[in-house]
Design a protein around this ligand. Structure first.
Ligand SMILES: Nc1ncnc2c1ncn2[C@@H]1O[C@H](COP(=O)(O)O)[C@@H](O)[C@H]1OP(=O)(O)O
Ligand SMILES: [Mg+2]
Ligand SMILES: [Mg+2]
Ligand SMILES: [Mg+2]
Length: 299
């Protein structure tokens, strides 16, 4: 019997994210980034545009009635055959769908696509920070996510790895780890800081601060036990930045909310900006303790 929609959608998204990662490497290798300034501290490159076309064309062809929202707006879906991904990841398709996702209707899904997270870092050569994010929401909640890291160096020298998470099933594509107990390491923005972002960090008295780009990469640091919390007390991130990271982190027992401790809604009709910032913690850290320490912050 064929797998339920969520399993097929996640499996195809895994392969679409990998293909998008290859496009991102190709654009960089050719050297013409085609940078457009969308707004203040907000760039778009040919890699963002092409990766989005690949992902949205592939997912729309296989799931024509599912709502897909991409960071780079409406895309031309008439892509070359080479960019059209039609097969889902076999390993994922061999897994068992958690019972709660067996009967989701197509109109209850929203797919949030960030074709290239960490654009600013991509243009500056911090290539480790770059990820492709595909988040799958059911009704208003982030349920499945893919974080593909196109420049991750595998032991054999091959580039790229693909991390997935599905609530009720778990995670795959990496080795999960817990951060050390005796320290409190925070990861935060390297390119969008301001006085309130700084004040939030000070309120939490971290033993170390790791400044890196991208929401996907910061959550990766949490998943691999290299940081305890991701703290960004500022607007700027949008739903496509957090949907996939939230699903993967929470599938591993962590939590991602706004600075008041509320989950964002990923429903089809929401505003895109995450107006109340982003706070994410690993399983071993009390999320509510972190939220309490930030309650006097005037964001
Ligand atoms: N002020 C902003 N304007 C546009 N995008 C932002 C802004 N702040 C954050 N983002 C998005 O959130 C991601 C995480 O933020 P940061 O790296 O500052 O922690 C960024 O890589 C960027 O995603 P993207 O690169 O996909 O446009
Ligand atoms: Mg962007
Ligand atoms: Mg982004
Ligand atoms: Mg982006």
């Amino acid at each position: 019997m064929s797998q339920p929609t969520l399993m097929r959608l996640t499996a195809l998204s895994i392969n679409a994210a990998k293909r998008a990662g290859a496009i991102i490497r190709d654009v960089m290798q050719k050297g013409n980034l085609g940078i457009v300034e969308k707004g203040k501290d907000d760039l778009q490159t040919e890699a963002d545009r092409s990766a989005q076309r690949c992902i949205i064309a592939s997912l729309s062809l296989a799931f024509p009635t599912i709502k897909i929202i991409g960071e780079e707006g409406g895309s031309d879906l008439d892509v070359c055959k080479d960019w059209l991904v039609t097969q889902g990841d076999e390993d994922f398709l061999n897994r068992t769908c958690p019972e709660q996702w067996l009967d989701v209707n197509d109109n209850e899904f929203v797919v949030w696509v960030d074709p290239l997270d960490g654009t600013s870092e991509y243009t500056q050569g911090f290539l480790d920070h770059v990820t492709v994010l595909i988040g799958i929401a059911v009704r208003n909640s982030a349920v499945a996510g893919i974080i593909h890291q196109p420049y991750f160096k595998n032991p054999g020298g091959e580039l790229g790895r693909t991390i997935w998470g599905l609530k009720g099933l778990g995670t795959g594509g990496f080795i999960p780890n817990e951060p050390p107990k005796e320290t409190f390491i925070i990861t935060t923005t390297r390119s969008h800081s301001n006085t309130i972002v700084q004040a939030a960090l000070e309120a939490l008295s971290p033993t170390e601060i790791i400044k890196v780009g991208g929401a996907g990469y910061k959550v990766l640091l949490l998943l691999e036990g290299r940081a305890h919390a991701y703290v960004f007390a500022s607007p700027g991130c949008k739903k496509w930045d957090t949907c996939a990271p939230e699903a993967v982190l929470e599938a591993q027992g962590g939590k991602l909310t706004d600075i008041l401790g509320y989950h964002y809604s990923y429903a089809t009709d929401v505003d895109y900006p995450n107006k109340k910032g982003v706070i994410a913690t690993v399983k071993s850290v009390s999320h509510s303790d972190v939220i309490t320490k930030l309650k006097n912050l005037n964001m």
